[in-house]
Design a protein around this ligand. Sequence first.
Ligand SMILES: Cc1ncc(COP(=O)(O)O)c(C=O)c1O
Length: 350
Amino acid sequence: MTLARGPRPGPAGDLAWFDRGPLDPGPEAVHASVLDTIGATPLVELGRLFDRPGVQVLAKLELMNPGGSMKDRSARYIVASGMADGSIPPGSRLVESSSGNFGVAVAMAAQLHGLSFTCVVDRNASAANVTIMRGLGADVEVVDEPDEAGGYLHTRLARVHEILATTADTVWINQYANERNWLAHYHGTGAELVDQLLVPPTHLVGAVSTTGSLLGCARRLREVCDPLQVVAADAVGSVIFGGRGGCRELPGLGSSRVPELHSPDEIDRVEHVDDATAAEACRELLATEAIFAGGSTGAVVTAVARLLDDVVPPARVVAIFPDRGDRYLDRVYDDAWLDRARARRVALSR
Ligand SMILES: Cc1ncc(COP(=O)(O)O)c(C=O)c1O
């Protein structure tokens, strides 16, 4: 079977072209702004890490986006389409809760569109992300009171509501419920995969928090790949799939509330991965494939490894690698942090 590449249906009136990869730079290879360089990320075969007959694992390197993560796509799409349809008026202040990557991506888009931005993060956000956001002109507020589920999301959201209630001309992006979050990946990452592959994948593996990126890719791919098994890599301590909330330290992976976008019927398998296991997988990925990735990529790699234990060849697995390793030097790539994460893993297993 080869992938059919017909016209993409997509919801009526949707601004599909916003996330179709870098826009045509014209006669010279010069882009109007860094936003136009988002997307068109490469696919790389992981033949050293996963060397099994009849099985091919391909990594979609979303970590190569200019802001450092796949969240560049969601931010560009949400901000540009919101300005185009008037739901984000010129000169308004965007407000959002983010673990870091989406905050950086929205800060980029806000700065280039002349908007203000307040980002509420928690103490798990990397220092680098906070510095970058502030450099981009965003107001960053850090909350450090854990919520009842053991994470910080509820505390962050409470602060977002306070800001919305007390500040004029604010617009809440609300990535957990915003349909444009998954649409950015439907028209972006998912559409690119359809363009890049001649032979359809049998499996799609992605890390989840809002679930927007995995659902957007799955919805686009399922239009042309049948069957496609969709696998979510979630954090131990995340409540998305009904688990018990608990301590987790890798930003971007898991959630302490169920996102409105969540659609469990579209996800066939879930692998919960603890911080230490994710970090060990990141280190193995670096040592074997020379790919320097962030913590949630380690969870994706672990989910692929567990999946392959059950898969009957032939199989073609596409794995989404969300962000780079640079902002995890004090966690994933720090030996003392890994020792503590391993101790937490031992405690969890008792
Ligand atoms: C590094 C990283 N991995 C995974 C995710 C989860 O992506 P999504 O919110 O699309 O489920 C995020 C989201 O912020 C992230 O930053």
